[in-house]
Design a protein around this ligand. Structure first.
Ligand code: EPZ
Length: 416
């Protein structure tokens, strides 16, 4: 296993590029199953989860090529099985369920286990697909799904679930009749998926709102598509500028899609300006604490909670962080405390009291965004930080140490 060794205390300056969005690319790659011919994607990030998805697509009968950020997927004779060995390494594998049922009427997908941040059930996916005519059995840890032909339905989610909305959206585009998704997730990644499906000939309205209407069509033709930039990677870089007291021009940075994050960073004292070349982020004054509560989009994204908490650790004053989406998304807290942070957890709320400077220490990554939080803390800390188990980080950040070293960081990747 690899670790990152970070010599902290250096203000980052220069320009840094955002890659394609992991959380848009994953559902969109699975959506290629729905097309009757080849699909070529660009701006596909070079991440572990992307390679896992391509491997799974090959096992499902698709020919896959990937090079230089481009992926070409050609669905062949589709097979129904998504094995545990792959699904257990990437929960998003469950997103093959909708497309398989839509195309071949059957699927055998390993039930995705929980992960560090929570139980992460898929009951909303299954309930919605059952309303469209699918039948499911659970056998030896696998979801067995079957249907003759999916039929349009009026589905209301118990909560705005990103994956659930994406699975039902992909199932509905080839179903018979109209499907209405109420209380749907409004995340930009859902919109990107809808835009790809529209490019292939799907009939969708309301993407980005909480009510999406889909008219099923008989066939989708592959269309070239560029994946949207990764707003969470971009937000991570904005925080990197603030936490090191530097100045970064973040290129390909979504601005509107990061509004809730940008408002919080400005509230803490950062200057964040959209320019024609990208988003300029700098520290205009000593940072001050703020409060935040994670919410479904357009609220503050849970995927930025750990990163902003790292920033709060050395801001003046107190901050309150409430995590309302996942039941266990404070795994980074104890590791930040090892670096001198003063944080107390009470249920779903963390109280952060800023300290003058964090101190480098050996810390352990536990999940993707917690890893990013520890890297950010290491960049700001006095001394050297060893972030272990960074395979978590490689799932969602493309060569992050290269990008950060190019703007002044001192990070080495070493074998554990
Ligand atoms: C997606 O996960 C993202 N992953 C997550 O990003 C992100 O944190 C999450 O959305 C919320 O924005 C991808 O897009 C690949 P949900 P997803 O279904 O779809 C509950 C990262 O770091 N729920 O919106 O799994 C669930 O337990 C990852 O990039 C049910 O109860 O999230 C959670 O509390 C981490 N039943 C809430 O809904 C269901 O059937 C939101 O989950 C589905 C979800």
């Amino acid at each position: 296993m690899d670790k990152l060794v970070i010599d902290g205390g250096i203000p980052l300056t220069g320009s840094i590029e955002v890659s394609g969005s992991k959380n848009a690319a994953l559902p969109i790659l699975f959506a290629a199953i729905l097309a009757s011919d080849s699909v070529t994607f660009s701006n596909v990030p070079d991440l572990r989860d992307i390679h896992t998805t391509l491997k799974l697509l090959q096992m499902l009968g698709c020919a896959c090529e990937y090079a230089d950020g481009k992926a070409c997927i050609t669905p062949g004779t589709l097979l129904p099985e998504a094995p545990y060995e792959l699904v257990s390494t990437m929960r998003a594998s469950v997103l093959c369920l909708g497309p398989l049922l839509a195309r071949i009427g059957r699927a055998r997908v390993a039930l995705p286990g929980g992960c560090a941040i929570g139980a992460r059930p898929v009951d909303q996916h299954l309930k919605g697909l059952e309303q469209m005519g699918a039948r499911f059995d659970l056998e030896e840890g696998y979801i067995l799904g079957r249907c003759r032909k999916l039929k349009g339905a009026h589905v209301t989610f118990d909560m705005p679930t990103v994956g659930g909305t994406e699975n039902l959206l992909m199932a509905a585009v080839l179903a018979e009749g109209e499907t209405i998704l109420e209380n749907a997730a409004r995340e930009p990644e859902v919109v990107d998926l809808a835009n790809f499906l529209l490019a292939c000939g799907a009939r969708i309205q309301g993407q980005g709102s909480s009510c999406i209407r889909i008219q099923g069509v008989s066939e989708l033709r592959g269309a070239p598509y560029a994946i949207m930039p990764d707003r969470i990677e971009a937000g991570t870089f904005l925080v990197a500028a603030g936490i090191t007291g530097g100045e970064l021009l973040v290129r390909n940075c979504p601005f509107k899609e990061l509004e809730a994050v940008i408002l919080k960073l400005r509230d803490m004292g950062m200057e964040i300006t959209a320019t024609p070349e990208g988003v300029l982020a700098r520290c205009a004054c000593p940072l001050r604490g703020t409060d935040l509560k994670t919410q479904p989009y357009p609220g503050f994204p849970t995927d930025m909670q750990a990163q902003v908490m790292a920033l709060m650790c050395s801001a003046q004053g107190a901050s309150v962080v409430e995590e309302s989406i996942f039941e266990n998304r404070f795994m980074h807290v104890q590791e930040l405390v090892r670096m001198g942070a003063q944080i107390k957890i009470s249920g779903h709320t963390a109280m952060v009291r800023g300290v003058s400077q964090l101190a480098g220490a050996p810390v352990m990554a536990s999940d993707l965004r917690a890893s990013a939080s520890l890297v950010l803390a290491g960049l700001a800390a006095r001394g050297t930080t060893h972030v272990r188990r960074i395979y978590h980080l490689d799932r969602g950040y493309e060569r992050i140490e290269n990008k950060l070293n190019a703007v002044g960081a001192r990070i080495r990747r070493e074998k554990e």
